[in-house]
Design a protein around this ligand. Structure first.
Ligand code: NIG
Ligand code: FE
Length: 413
């Protein structure tokens, strides 16, 4: 689609071609021009600049007076594809049970896995499509989606196929991740397997098919004291090398078991959560290329500490923001809300939050050449806001959807 957006009050997130993930002071700037135009050609951004330089030609125009335009959000950590919901567990937690106690009693991830087993692929796709549609209208253009609620070979493949089907049906860009080690299922415990044995089995059983059918771009595991330990991390890092598939890892949500230094050393693409950090973990991340993906809506929802964003950013760690959208610990996929929480609870500035939710999110999916900024040649995945005084207003005025239109590949959604 060819189109020109005109009279844009604030066009934000402008970056030269080739800009990589931002750190430190660079993260604090969200470069913007006022009273701007932007041209879309064949689904890509082909030109932009101040209205005074807007070409006078026959191209169709869309007037954005009073509106801001920015790159669509890139949510680089989600579990969008699941079956059913878990509000009963929410009730239990409100009565005093902890997230970990509920999980130990067979709720949590095991509860979602049971629902996946009982639900058809078609129904999982249609339930997830409804959620995706809502997210798109809240500004998400690219979304990482993990498997991990299957917990056996059949279930995990079912979820990865559901992600692929959904990807075929949408203008959004879905990036699939094989979450090989999420919780140890009862059938594995009955066989006397420990976490490491289960992980090896899952990887041996599924990786060849996943690679052959292109079902996942990344590999993940829940590295935690009470879930999967360092042996699993080693198994994932080994598979990452063998199959040439980068890792994005759940680490340091409840306990620090030393996963971050090892993951960084092995070149993990991202380490996600980081609510609990040791000095060694901070040190390993400083200046490294591994992206720290922070998930404040999870902290909010299950009442655990917020990740120390300020210290991470100020010490030169790459930081991205994501929703962790899932039925247990973060039932929201709203990136506007996540940016607000990043500011109020983690003391990020709105500009830092905007960068972490766009370009750095794209880098956490190796998509920084195509997504996450206003750059000539990048995909025209764009948000047109309602009438708002500034782009930073999106992170400040919380609880309302500030997005009026989402364009993906230049197409209005
Ligand atoms: O990222 N931490 C592990 N997995 C999810 C929660 C899964 C669930 O409760 O269903 C998370 O928070
Ligand atoms: Fe997660």
């Amino acid at each position: 689609m060819n189109l020109r957006l005109t009279h844009i009050a604030h066009l934000g997130g402008i970056r030269p071609l080739g800009t990589k993930a931002l750190r430190g002071k660079d993260l604090a700037e969200f470069p913007t021009i006022q009273d701007a135009f932007l041209t879309i050609n064949d689904g890509k951004i082909s030109d932009f600049g101040p209205m005074t330089q807007c070409p006078e030609d026959e191209l169709e125009r869309f007037d954005c007076t009073g509106r801001s335009v920015l790159p669509a959000f890139v949510d680089s950590h989600s579990h969008l594809v699941y079956a059913g919901t878990r509000e009963q567990e929410f009730n239990l937690r409100l009565k005093g049970a902890s997230y970990e106690e509920i999980a130990a009693a067979g709720g949590g991830i095991l509860n979602s896995a049971k629902k996946v087993g009982e639900t058809s692929l078609d129904l999982i796709v249609s339930q997830s499509a409804e959620r995706l549609d809502r997210l798109i209208h809240h500004g998400t253009g690219t979304l990482e989606v993990k498997s991990g609620y299957g917990l056996d070979a059949e279930g995990e493949i079912k979820l990865l196929r559901a992600i692929a089907r959904l990807n075929d049906k949408t203008d959004a860009t879905l990036v699939p991740t094989f979450l090989a080690a999420h919780a140890l299922p009862i059938w594995a415990k009955e066989r006397g397997w420990n976490d490491e044995k289960y992980t090896h089995w899952m990887l041996d059983e599924l990786m060849p098919t996943i690679i052959e059918e292109g079902l996942a771009r990344f590999l993940d595991g829940f590295i935690e004291r009470d879930y999967f330990r360092m042996g699993t991390l080693e198994a994932l890092l080994e598979a990452s090398k063998i199959y040439n598939i980068p890792t994005k890892l759940h680490v340091n949500q409840f306990y620090d078991i030393g996963a971050i230094p090892r993951a960084v050393e092995a070149g993990a693409l991202s380490v996600d959560h980081l609510e609990v950090m040791s000095e060694d973990a901070f040190k390993a991340l400083e200046g490294s290329d591994t992206i720290a993906t922070l998930l404040p809506s999870c902290s909010y929802f299950i009442g655990i500490p917020y990740a120390p964003a300020r210290r991470l950013i100020d010490s030169g760690t790459l930081v991205a923001l994501a929703t962790d959208y899932n039925p247990g610990s973060s039932p929201t996929g709203n990136m506007q809300l996540v940016m607000n929480m990043a500011c109020t609870k983690m003391k990020m500035t709105p500009a830092e939050a905007l960068n972490a939710a766009t370009l750095n999110g794209a880098a956490a999916l190796q998509l920084e050449e195509h997504k996450g900024s206003i750059t000539i040649g990048k995909d025209a995945d764009l948000l047109i806001t309602r009438r708002i005084p500034s782009i930073e207003f999106i992170a400040y005025d919380f609880g309302t959807n500030h997005i009026e239109h989402t364009l993906l590949g230049g197409t209005f959604q």
